[in-house]
Design a protein around this ligand. Structure first.
Ligand SMILES: *[C@@H]1O[C@H](CO)[C@@H](O)[C@H](O)[C@H]1NC(C)=O
Ligand SMILES: *[C@@H]1O[C@H](CO)[C@@H](O)[C@H](O)[C@H]1NC(C)=O
Ligand SMILES: *[C@@H]1O[C@H](CO)[C@@H](O)[C@H](O)[C@H]1NC(C)=O
Length: 611
């Protein structure tokens, strides 16, 4: 064979394998099968723009095109066995990945990539609603693309074309499944979110259930199963309420719930006829849930019969997908899946997402290393990035002031891996566009007191919560609601304990949920997760204190996002802030920019590469 045809073959092999060209291929691992039933669901949530998959992590390296191929194979299997398959997505599809955040306008590529997948039920998350632009993109692009499938049970939007407030999408949906004729009534919710921009209106779930349309929708006999899906954690008052609302009308109709928001793998049995699944975050997990023993008009079941529920969390990689579809590298990718993988490659190229900015010398973790250790990303921010970068202010550089700078840990969304820090990495780690503000010359004790209050809980945080400033909003979403029995979240202390390594298993999720510890498709060595404080604080300026004297006053610098909490804390400390006291620090330069500049200066690549 000629050299050029060999090269062509190699290129084809690369192409047919799908995943992104720069991604690390999956690693073989022991797997559990998918527990098929009569009605089966695939579930994604909190994708946050990760349609390209995780290029640096083999366990999660499949992309949205591969998910399309997966769904096609599983639908074919469902059809050949006469059972049903539905695809669900529960929001927060945007913000958190260069594929979304790096384009102008944001989302220019991800909108069209998303809609290539057939999704049967989808809803909005809170992230779609922070900016007017992004909620209007839902209204004008995503809702029409998924007409009749996008559900907004408790969400309205101001339509700039009509000047009217309208439901973002239809309130609910009734439909009958293709193969078994199961009659479904579905609702799509968002938790009681209050941080949205003022062009959308989120109705509290407790108010929605009293609406006439909702009561009429659940008072029907033409239903075999309810689906409650949405951007709501499974263990939340909102879902408890919805479960009770349906049970007060139907004691025996099965309910399938799908949740999101808190970025965890989770499963919950609300009663023996109601089960819920939550499928993690960032395209790490494709969730699978099935139910057997649902009544249909053709196949009535005794009302006392308990249906059988099962769940599985698939690691998003080709080794898993080949296994679950009985295919291999050649037979797995479908032409549609390949087309979409290719769209993603082109978009990543146009956005220069693989361009190398610097070379990270070690892994740095959000939750996988104790706060305070060298492997904690927060330690790096506190010790290096923030002191170096924030000292660029004329207050410090020119006037020699000292400052204390506070930011919340939730501002950091993802780990940094040893190796290339690319254009993409900056958005994965910190997608937010906010900068810093400051109050000049605050007495040292008051300035120091703020972080203690923000991290300490107590009366001040209770006061803040009464104003809608929940403490979970400050920390990473994974800490929102550690579910009962989730033993892996440990307090933020240093730990020297070593995890025993079984050599044949690679580290990954080992989920313990209400059905036990056999939910993950891939058998992994357990990872340990450590909780982190709400906020961190960096000293800025010369704090060497060679004169052994503490400064009487310092500038109090804080991330824009936490301003409301800082104000409540200062009030609590008895420090009065006048509106004019608040100014931008370094013209509001964004934290993402600071991090990126720091990496470029301190860890530069050689010839655009990392060795
Ligand atoms: C909103 O979108 C428009 C056009 O698509 C763009 O010019 C503008 O910068 C966007 N605004 C924000 C705040 O993203
Ligand atoms: C919504 O917020 C914008 C920008 O902050 C403001 O200009 C506008 O008046 C607000 N609209 C309403 C209805 O409050
Ligand atoms: C993949 O499966 C097909 C059909 O079973 C088979 O013909 C082919 O040889 C397999 N390819 C690889 C690379 O294993």
């Amino acid at each position: 064979m000629s050299r050029s045809s060999l090269l062509l073959l190699a290129a084809l092999a690369r192409f047919v394998a799908a995943i992104q060209p720069d991604a690390s291929p999956a690693v073989a691992a022991p797997l559990r099968h998918l527990p098929w039933g009569q009605l089966n669901f695939l579930h994604t949530t909190d994708v946050h723009g990760w349609y390209g998959g995780h290029l640096q992590e083999p366990s999660f390296s499949a992309d949205w095109g591969d998910y399309i191929s997966l769904a096609e194979h599983l639908q074919r299997k469902a059809d050949s066995e006469g059972v049903d398959l539905l695809l669900v997505d529960t929001g927060d599809r945007i913000e958190g990945n260069g594929l979304y955040d790096a384009s102008e306008p944001k989302g220019r590529y991800t909108s069209s990539i998303l809609k290539e997948q057939r999704i049967d039920l989808l809803s909005s998350g809170n992230h779609e609603l922070y900016k007017q632009n992004s909620s209007e993109r839902e209204l004008f692009e995503t809702v029409p693309a998924f007409h009749g499938k996008y559900i907004a049970s408790n969400l309205d939007i101001y339509n700039p074309e009509t000047g009217e407030i309208q439901p973002l999408a239809q309130r609910f949906k009734r439909f009958t499944t293709k193969n078994l004729g199961i009659r479904i009534t579905a609702f799509g919710f968002l938790f009681d979110f209050t941080g949205n921009f003022n062009n959308t209106i989120v109705q509290r779930v407790q108010d929605t259930v009293n609406e006439q349309w909702f009561q009429e929708a659940i008072h029907t006999d033409e239903v075999d199963l309810f689906v409650i899906f949405g951007h709501v954690a499974l263990h939340s008052p909102e879902y408890d309420l919805l479960h009770r609302a349906i049970r007060s009308v139907h004691w025996d109709v099965p309910i399938a719930l799908f949740g999101g928001h808190s970025h965890i793998r989770d499963y919950r049995l609300y009663d023996y006829k109601a089960a819920g699944l939550q499928s993690g975050r960032y395209m790490e997990t494709i969730g699978f849930m099935s139910v057997t023993g649902v009544s249909t008009p053709d196949d009535p079941q005794p009302p006392t019969r308990s249906p059988t529920w099962s769940r599985r969390y698939m690691d998003n990689n080709l080794f898993s997908f080949h296994h679950h579809t009985g295919t291999n590298e050649t037979t797995f990718p479908t032409s549609h899946g390949l087309k979409v993988s290719n769209m993603i490659t082109k978009a990543r190229k146009n956005l220069h997402l693989s361009d190398v900015i610097g070379c990270t010398p070690r892994d740095m973790w959000v939750n996988r290393a104790p706060y305070g250790s060298d492997a904690s990303i927060f330690t790096w921010l506190e010790d290096s990035v923030l002191p170096d970068q924030l000292a660029g202010s004329p207050r410090v550089a020119g006037k020699g002031k000292k400052a204390l700078a506070i930011t919340n840990t939730g501002a950091i969304r993802f780990d940094m891996f040893k190796g290339a820090f690319t254009q993409d990495t900056q958005y994965l780690v910190s997608p937010f566009t906010s900068g810093f503000k400051f109050i000049a010359d605050v007495p040292l004790d008051d300035a120091k007191g703020v972080i203690e209050l923000l991290n300490g809980g107590g009366q001040m945080m209770t006061t803040a919560e009464a104003h809608g400033l929940q403490s979970w909003m400050l920390a990473p979403p994974e800490q929102i609601s550690p579910r009962p029995g989730r033993a892996s979240v440990l307090p933020p202390v240093r730990s020297d304990q070593q995890v025993l390594r079984k050599p044949e298993l690679i580290p990954g999720y080992t989920t313990l949920d209400e059905a036990g510890d056999d939910g993950d498709d891939t058998l992994h060595e357990a990872l340990r997760f450590y909780s982190v404080p709400n906020c961190i604080q960096a000293p800025v300026g010369d704090w060497s204190l060679e004169d052994k004297k503490l400064p009487p006053v310092v500038d109090l610098v804080y991330g824009d996002f936490i301003e409301p909490w800082v104000m409540v804390a200062l009030e609590y400390l008895g420090y009065k802030v006048a509106p004019d006291d608040v100014q931008l620090w370094m013209k509001g330069k964004m934290m993402t920019e600071m991090m990126t500049e720091w990496v470029a200066e301190n860890w530069p690549p050689v010839d655009g590469k990392c060795t």
